[in-house]
Design a protein around this ligand. Sequence first.
Ligand code: PEP
Ligand code: MN
Length: 444
Amino acid sequence: MDMYRSLEHWRELPAKHQPAWPDPDEVRRAAVYLRSMPPLVFAGEADTLKAEIAKAGRGEAFILQGGDCAETFADSVSANRIRAKIQTILQMAIVLTYGAALPIVKIGRMAGQYAKPRSNPMETRDGVELPAYMGDAVNGHDFTPEDRIPDPQRMIDAYHRSATTLNLIRAFTGGGFADMSEVHAWNKGFTENPAYKKYETIAADIDWALRFMKAAGIDSPAVRTVDMYSSHEALLLEYENAMTRIDQRTSEPYNTSAHFLWIGERTREWDGAHVDLLSRVRNPIGVKLGPTSTVDDALRLMDKLNPDGEEGRLTFITRLGASQIRDLLPSLVEGVTKDGRPVTWVTDPMHGNTITATNGYKTRRMEDVVDEVQGFFEVHNALGTVPGGVHIELTGDSVTEVLGGSEELSEEILSQRYETLVDPRLNHGQSLELAFLVSQMLRA
Ligand code: PEP
Ligand code: MN
């Protein structure tokens, strides 16, 4: 098969969770438009990230991947909200750098996280049935036919909004905003909150380390700028396909919509369309593995996505649930390790721990999130394998979506600022608290 034909092979395979676009011609027109637009990322950047992820797989770096469950077009025009999210990730990264004494690979679940798989393709309210909300790249959240009918024009909108978000990420992380001392000064604000006072000592230690560096004249660009990469779930095949381009340097195909793409738990069939499309690009790729995943699933995914065992190419993001990770993760890791081809292991402690509160809110408990990360470290440490990173749903705002944490967010408080359109996210304080806790686990 020639390369151009092979890049379209996914069209012949079963594809789950695709929108029922009403007009195929409109989809084709949107794809032609997207194909005519510039790439959002450069293939060389994806290669650099792949090398960083390889390091994380060897225990020489640690990955922090975080952002919204679903970005929204509404929030994409708020520089403040995007800045708060970047700021939260950078603050977490400093704390983790200190705990791990390793470089932290920062990947935003940002600048393209606009499409969601849904358990039910339809939603019924008061006897009216409409397509479920699938993310702003597909349809609108309001429960009206106008909003809910999938509209291919939204993929174009998602492209432009991804571009502006990515531009802001590049501006903030390259333009002095990421200066380590500044970022750490924000962390002091965090420990001034009485609920988080217990982290004051670590914060003071980090402060001392930074002062030491300054006194010793250590002032490399690495202290003032950081690399932050973009990522999203590669769910919408038409969009991802249109953003796939042949890199002129290497003549290899890359998905230029983000540096890192992952395949979700619901579309990870080794012989399905999503795995096929991503098997043909050279970016670093992730696959979510839920509690039903077998060693055989993992090995087939490796055969498809990383047959030659390229380091950094494949990340398994396990999302097993706090109550199951200690039972399920060991055999998966052992089976994959026995194969010999390298993978980087990341934990997503969010998606296996979703519950419904007594007042109906979809939520998670901070203690479960922390416990799953703890279990992840325990299992890898016991097996002598490498815990490579964490994948978190978070926001930089003071939302009330996840229960618990030192601020003791209760069920009654959930309604105060429950803003997510899909899954509950750690708020700014909970995200930082998690970073301090993980930092302690990394040091242990
Ligand atoms: C998600 O990451 O928001 C998601 C849908 O996760 P999963 O692939 O684990 O279902
Ligand atoms: Mn989610």
